[in-house]
Design a binder for this molecule. Structure first.
Ligand code: OOG
Ligand code: NI
Length: 464
């Protein structure tokens, strides 16, 4: 029997990520500029740091760095979220983690769709931070009902995208032509629309309730609101942005600059004010503006264990008790100092981070290990002592709620932020999604355990 071969989900994801980048480059000019700065800084960083270059090569991650990016969308309904999950699954992207942003005054909760597993991540780690609007957090019941009615009427997916998703599910994959069409059809969902779904008056009411509600409800689809390249030196890109006519946000989110990078550092430039036409009930068009789309860069460090993450959260909270970063940047230097001071308590050598069980590592055989034998139950500590294995930090592939809130806020304007009571509702989110989200810690622990098992298997196979 002839078995049809399908395009791998990794190939579809890579093609989609490239198509998104090309589209956003034409839509948001500053994104292209940012990409150019990042490419320059990454090349210079690698040239100046042969050790870093070598480790990236050894772990097969050099290529992925320049290709790497994440994006973000905000959805309006449970049905949209559930369909989005099916679409992303065709590209080998699965929901990892639950992020409650209500605590930070943003009426959404979120997950990140991303590839899972070492091979897929190395091939292309494209991620999409995906938020679902929480109308339940809107006090005005009448407005809530109107917003819901508007959302229920829209269809954010093309007929082709739905058809091809169903076909992929039925067949277990897509052939060449179908895969190409799929990418083109799905891209439509993420496209910017300069004609709103609502009139200017309704837009104003939604906007007054919360800017983010207006962003989700007023448009035909969940336009991609940023695409974020990964940089090897975020402080340098932040420093260079003004030279290229881009105004960065006041402070870099996340941990301070360190020798051993942990988790995720991010910075962005403010959302653009863009012209939008609004059509009222009588069919009249009116000109207005909307700010939603921005640019961001990220630098990624080691994935932390629950113990390491608890220490990170504590130190971040401690630093914010000393100085809270102001949106206008007036206390940026004081904030950075408070952050650096607080993080003195987080070890800054890989050996110490490993010894204290704060981070996840991938183990591999050293040159000596390649030609050595060891018993299958030798402890990893002994193998390290004997110089048979070495370790590399596992990169953090996820997001940070406090940082995400900072990014949201910098784009919602500097006016007084709204307060919501923290009300995480992961159960509700997962019901809407149609599946539980994956636990990020399990994922990293699995990669680490697998690398140890492989070292042991190879060392003991050599014995046999
Ligand atoms: C998402 C903000 C979160 C990140 O990098 O933390 C995010 C949004 O503004 O929709 O992308
Ligand atoms: Ni982002």
């Amino acid at each position: 029997m002839l078995t049809k071969s399908y395009v791998s989900s990794c190939t579809i994801r890579s093609a989609f990520s490239a198509a998104m980048s090309a589209m956003y480059r034409t839509e948001v000019h500053a994104y292209g500029t940012l990409m150019d700065i990042v490419a320059k800084v990454n090349a210079a960083t690698l040239a100046a740091d042969p050790v870093l270059r070598h480790r990236l090569e050894e772990t097969n991650s050099l290529e992925r760095v320049s290709e790497e990016r994440h994006g973000a969308i905000r959805l309006g309904t449970a049905a949209e979220l559930a369909m989005m999950r099916r679409v992303f699954a065709v590209m080998g992207m699965f929901p990892v983690g639950y992020y409650d942003l209500s605590e930070a005054g943003v009426p959404v909760h979120s997950t990140a769709f991303r590839p899972v597993g070492d091979v897929a991540l190395k091939r292309n780690p494209f991620r999409v931070f995906t938020s679902l609007l929480r109308l339940d957090l809107i006090a005005d019941e009448e407005l809530r009902a109107e917003a819901d009615a508007i959302l229920q009427k829209r269809q954010i997916f093309t007929a082709g995208a739905i058809e091809l998703t169903e076909k992929a599910e039925r067949q277990g994959g897509l052939g060449d032509d179908d895969a190409e069409h799929f990418v083109a059809e799905v891209l439509e969902t993420f496209r910017w629309h300069d004609q709103a779904n609502v009139g200017l008056a309704m837009y104003g009411r939604l906007h007054d309730a919360h800017r983010l509600i207006a962003d989700v409800v007023s448009f035909k689809g969940p336009h991609i609101n940023h695409l974020t390249p990964r940089t090897l030196d975020i402080d340098e890109v932040q420093r260079l942005m003004p030279e290229y006519g881009i105004a960065p946000k006041a402070v870099v989110e996340g941990p301070p600059s360190r020798r051993c990078a942990i988790l995720l550092r991010q910075t962005s430039f403010k959302a653009l004010e863009e012209a939008v036409s609004f059509r009222d009930a009588s069919g009249h068009w009116q000109e207005g503006t909307h700010t939603a789309r921005f640019g961001e860069i990220e630098s990624r460090g080691i994935a932390l264990t629950p113990k390491g993450r608890a220490l990170y959260d504590k130190l971040l909270t401690d630093s914010r008790k000393v100085v809270r970063p102001a949106a206008d940047g007036s206390n940026a230097a004081a904030y950075e100092k408070a952050l650096v001071d607080a993080f003195v308590l987080f070890p800054d050598s890989w050996a110490e981070i490993r010894a204290q069980g704060l981070g996840y590592f991938r183990y591999s055989l050293t040159e000596k290990g390649e030609s050595a034998v060891a018993s299958a139950d030798a402890s990893i500590e002994q193998l390290l002592l004997d110089g048979l294995v070495c370790f590399d930090a596992i990169v953090y592939e996820d997001f940070l709620p406090v940082s995400a809130a900072g990014i949201f806020q910098s784009n919602l304007g500097d006016e007084a932020t709204q307060e919501f009571t923290a009300s995480p509702n992961q159960q509700r989110f997962e019901r809407d999604l149609g599946t539980p989200v994956l636990n990020e810690f399990d994922h990293y622990a699995g990669i680490e355990a697998q690398s140890i098992a492989e070292c042991r298997a190879r060392l003991s196979a050599a014995q046999a």
